[in-house]
Structure formats: structure tokens, C-alpha cells
Design a protein around this ligand. Structure first.
Ligand code: ADE
Length: 237
């Protein structure tokens, strides 16, 4: 199969609706001995792969953050050889930049890290990531989705220094995996972008964790719908 699109998703509950809607089948030979899992199927003559990081052995919690995302993406590329990588999931948005709960963003023009601060010339830019994304602008216009810079860090909260860096880097979407997925896609020269649905407004008075839990199902729904629209767009004749 020529066209293979791979969704790299952190949490099972972010992926499950999409797995169900696309009627994908788990590939039990993926990542033997590791927590990562993968499902495969076809839509419009293209292969659709969904990988998740899987659960921590000790706590049975979904593995989240950049280490797990790096390993999952590497394993997915080696095993499935996809020609498009999509980092999909939930994220925080900023009401002062126009975000609303349930909004879906496609990444453009780039993905950055806001918490890899290295104040030495050269390494400063390596720390920021600054990974270019596949051009999602036409697709976003046609599907009526937002575009923005996605900013990755390994914390759910946002310290003042993180906020300063997110603003300096132009971040509109705050999450915990995209930069890692983007880096591995970049190493393998595979086109990459993100689909992120907003569960919380980082600049609201309500704690992020509370908003995340409250709005998770809504955002998982819009994430799934938009992901299907994106697949249909990418595989149209
Ligand atoms: N995932 C969902 N909301 C988030 C936030 N505010 N920061 C990081 N990751 C998130």
C-alpha cells in the first residue's frame, strides 16, 4: 500500500473513538515487550495507523509526555513505514488568542518546545525545536479548522517562564508530545503536522486539571470528527 497515514496519540481515551469509527484492528506484533500499541485499517484505499503510548506497568496510567512519544514514533516509523505522521490529541489553548473549548487546531507553521531553555548560541535553537510542519493552510480553510504554532513541554501547568517562552515563540496550542513526534518525523524526513483539540483555556481562572477532566469528552469528540475529515481530505482523489 502506497499511502500510509500514521496518527501518534498519547492516551488510549484520545484514540479510542477514532479506532472505533475507522473500524481498525490491533496489530499484536507491534512493539513486543513494550507498552506501545498500534491499530491498522484502510480508508479510501489508504492505510490508516493509530499508535498509542500504552500504559505504565506499575500504575496502569497512560504514558504521556515526550519520552514515550519519541519511542512510539520511532517504533511506528520502523514498523509501518508511513508517509505522513500526525501528532493528534488534546491540548490547552489561550482565550486571549481566540481559542474556545472543543476548537480543533492544525499545526502551522511549526512546532516548538517552551521548556527546553538552553542559553548558549546554537543550542538555544536546538532547545526550541522549531520543527516545520507540512502546510496545513488549505486543508484548514476547507475544513474550517484553526491553524497555529503548537508548543510542547513536559508539564501540564504553566509557570511564568513557560508563559514567557510560549509568547516569545508565538505558541497558540500547549501540549506535551508534538515536539517529540516532530523531531522523529524530521529525522526520517516524513511530512508531519498536528491535530489538537482544546480541553482547557490556560489563561482562565479555573485550574487546568479541572477543565481538562470536565471537557475531555467534548474535545475527544471534536478531535475524532476532525481527524476523519483530515483523512478524507488527504486521501481524496
Ligand atoms: N493537554 C491538555 N491540556 C494541556 C495543557 N494545558 N498543557 C499541556 N498539555 C495539555
Amino acid at each position: 500500500m502506497d499511502n500510509k497515514i500514521c496518527f501518534v496519540i498519547a492516551m488510549q481515551s484520545e484514540a479510542q473513538l477514532l479506532i472505533n469509527k475507522l473500524n481498525l484492528t490491533e496489530d499484536n506484533n507491534f512493539a513486543p515487550g513494550l507498552p506501545m500499541r498500534a491499530w491498522f485499517g484502510k480508508l479510501n484505499n489508504s492505510g490508516i495507523i493509530i499508535t498509542v503510548n500504552g500504559k505504565d506497568n506499575d500504575t496502569a496510567l497512560d504514558l504521556i509526555g515526550t519520552q514515550a512519544a519519541t519511542l512510539t514514533t520511532h517504533l511506528a516509523i520502523e514498523y509501518f513505514k508511513p508517509n505522513m505522521i500526525i501528532s493528534a490529541g488534546t491540548a490547552g489553548g489561550f482565550s486571549h488568542k481566540g481559542a474556545q473549548i472543543g476548537d480543533v487546531y492544525l499545526s502551522f507553521p511549526r512546532v516548538v518546545f517552551h521548556d527546553h531553555r538552553i542559553n548558549i548560541p546554537g543550542w538555544d535553537n536546538m532547545g526550541k525545536g522549531l520543527f516545520n510542519c507540512w502546510d496545513t493552510r488549505e486543508m484548514a480553510t476547507i475544513l474550517n479548522l484553526k491553524t497555529g504554532i503548537v508548543s510542547t513541554g513536559n508539564s501540564l501547568d504553566m509557570l511564568p517562564t513557560d508563559e514567557e517562552y510560549i509568547n516569545k515563540l508565538g505558541g497558540e496550542v500547549k501540549e506535551m508530545e508534538a515536539g517529540a513526534v516532530a523531531w522523529v518525523a524530521y529525522l526520517y524526513k516524513i511530512p508531519f503536522f498536528c491535530i489538537k483539540a482544546i480541553t482547557d483555556l490556560v489563561d482562565s481562572i479555573h485550574p487546568t486539571s479541572e477543565q481538562f477532566n470536565q471537557n475531555f469528552n467534548l474535545a475527544a469528540g471534536t478531535l475524532t470528527e476532525s481527524s476523519i475529515s483530515v483523512i478524507n481530505f488527504l486521501t481524496r482523489k
